[in-house]
Ligand binder design. Structure first.
Ligand code: 4AD
Ligand code: MG
Length: 435
């Protein structure tokens, strides 16, 4: 009996006969030889069958196999320096679990970006493709790297609710739902709850889905996306910037180290990732506006940056740039103002290089009760749902700060993928909730 082995472990079984359980990803034939590309979730491997070296009924079965046939096969592991995983399999036996005649995605299209419109309705199958597989494996690595980093820095993970009664990031992108007859919303951000938890645990973070009814169709916007949100009691903006820098350096290095195969599949220019070292440039909003004007942008001072501006700013640096001190009036209600420039927020947007734009937004939080009440009112928000949040400023208030990292935008940057819809298993977009 051959042992069931996964493709990622084949290298440890050179010379042995093993069993693989997977799917037929691709195949080609050349005279008396058949080449099968088999995948099993952990990788792809070439299986070679030579006529006369395999039982005739097994060899005959190969020509009838369709793409994505589920198959169980036995083969002998052979070292091959030219093979992507360093090994190939010489086929001994093969049985078919199911042989689907009409797999709806032609193998050429699966890897072909211009056809995304046709592939999105087939997302439940498209995720089997090599590129999608590589992107989602890197997503997993980014998640784990973030979790490991935060824990190593003494942050603990706690999860805020998703059903909430108030806005965090403005009222225009709220998804309203009916909560037993009361109006409620899907969470835009767990931040306010993380602030409460930071007063209990000092250093906390959340990692979960957040929702924005974004009316825009851009390469950076999803209606449902995942955010990692640290909140840190007694921390300042400068503490946040140092943390962000160390965190992104760690995450990128970890992907480079652990996900080389996947980066190769995506043809990612890894020299751009190797450049992600400390220190990151730190510039103010004013510097960023000057930079835009020097680049010929007709950009009015005091406005928020749009996608084009963010792209232009981030393209000016080879590593993430941290833009601080935005005008308070274009930022969220909870942000602390700079005492020396009261119209500026003590905040940061981190723009990823290569034109990817904002991946992180964070700030110091206003900790004074009456000032915060005034900000809530100035933003035309009702006070009642924020009563518990205001309590935090009544009972042992402290300076504190935190940020949110958008997972899909971070993965898009690291993988070099143009659009965030390919960096989440099942994207929710303005015009799409299927599949
Ligand atoms: O800048 P944002 O809106 O900040 C917050 O929500 C804060 N409350 C976070 C905090 O301080 N705890 O969002 C943070 C990040 C953005 O930088 C971006 O990466 C991502 O979340 N993001 C989106 N990603 C995909 N689709 C969308 N519609 C996104 N909106 C924000
Ligand atoms: Mg933001």
């Amino acid at each position: 009996m051959a042992r069931w082995v996964y493709i990622e472990d084949l290298k440890q079984h050179v010379g042995e006969e093993v069993e693989l359980r997977g799917w037929l990803h691709n195949k080609r034939s050349s005279g008396k030889i058949r080449f099968l590309i088999v995948r099993d979730g952990t990788g792809f491997v070439q299986v070679v069958a030579v006529k006369n070296q395999v039982a005739p009924e097994v060899f005959a079965r190969l020509d009838d196999l369709f793409y994505e046939a589920s198959i169980i096969l036995r083969g002998k592991v052979r070292e091959d320096a030219r093979a992507p995983g360093g090994v190939e399999l010489d086929l001994v036996d093969l049985s078919v679990v199911q042989n689907p005649e009409d797999y709806p995605i032609p193998k050429v299209r699966e890897e072909n970006i211009p056809d995304v419109g046709k592939l999105l309705p087939l997302r439940h199958l498209w995720i089997r493709g090599r590129r999608q597989w590589a992107i989602l494996r890197i997503r997993d690595e980014v998640v784990r790297a973030l979790e490991d980093f935060m824990h190593a820095r003494g942050f603990i993970r706690l999860d805020p609710p998703i059903l909430t009664a108030m806005a965090v990031e403005g009222t225009t992108t709220l998804f309203k739902i009916d909560y037993f007859g009361q109006p409620a919303y899907l969470s835009q951000s767990g931040q306010l709850y993380m602030e409460a938890l930071a007063m209990s645990h000092g250093k906390v973070y959340s990692f979960g889905p957040t929702f924005r009814a974004e009316k825009s169709k851009t390469r950076r916007h999803l209606a449902e996306f995942w955010m990692m949100e640290p909140e840190w009691a007694y921390a300042t903006l400068e503490d946040l910037l140092d943390l962000v820098e160390d965190m992104l350096v760690y995450v990128v290095a970890r992907v480079l180290e652990q996900r080389k195969t996947e980066l190769d599949i995506l043809e990612r220019d890894t020299s751009r990732l190797e450049a992600i070292r400390k220190p990151f440039p730190r510039i103010t909003y004013d510097d960023a506006v000057k930079l835009l004007q020097e680049k010929g942008f007709d950009f009015p001072f005091g406005e928020d940056f749009g996608a084009d501006e963010e792209t232009a700013i981030s393209e000016s640096f080879d590593r993430p740039v941290m833009v601080t001190h935005y005008p308070a009036k274009i930022k969220a209600f909870y942000m602390k103002r700079d005492p020396e420039q009261p119209d500026r927020a003590r905040c940061v947007d981190v723009l990823a290089p290569e034109g990817y734009g904002e991946i992180i937004g964070g700030s110091e939080r206003e900790e004074d009760h009456d000032t915060l009440v005034r900000y809530i009112q100035e933003h035309n928000l009702p006070l009642e749902p924020y009563r518990w949040y205001l309590d935090l400023r009544k009972y042992g208030t402290v300076p504190h700060a935190g940020f949110g990292l958008g997972l899909e935008r971070t993965v898009a940057w690291i993988t070099g993928i143009h659009h965030v819809r390919e960096t989440i298993p099942f994207p929710r977009l303005l015009d799409r909730i299927y599949p």
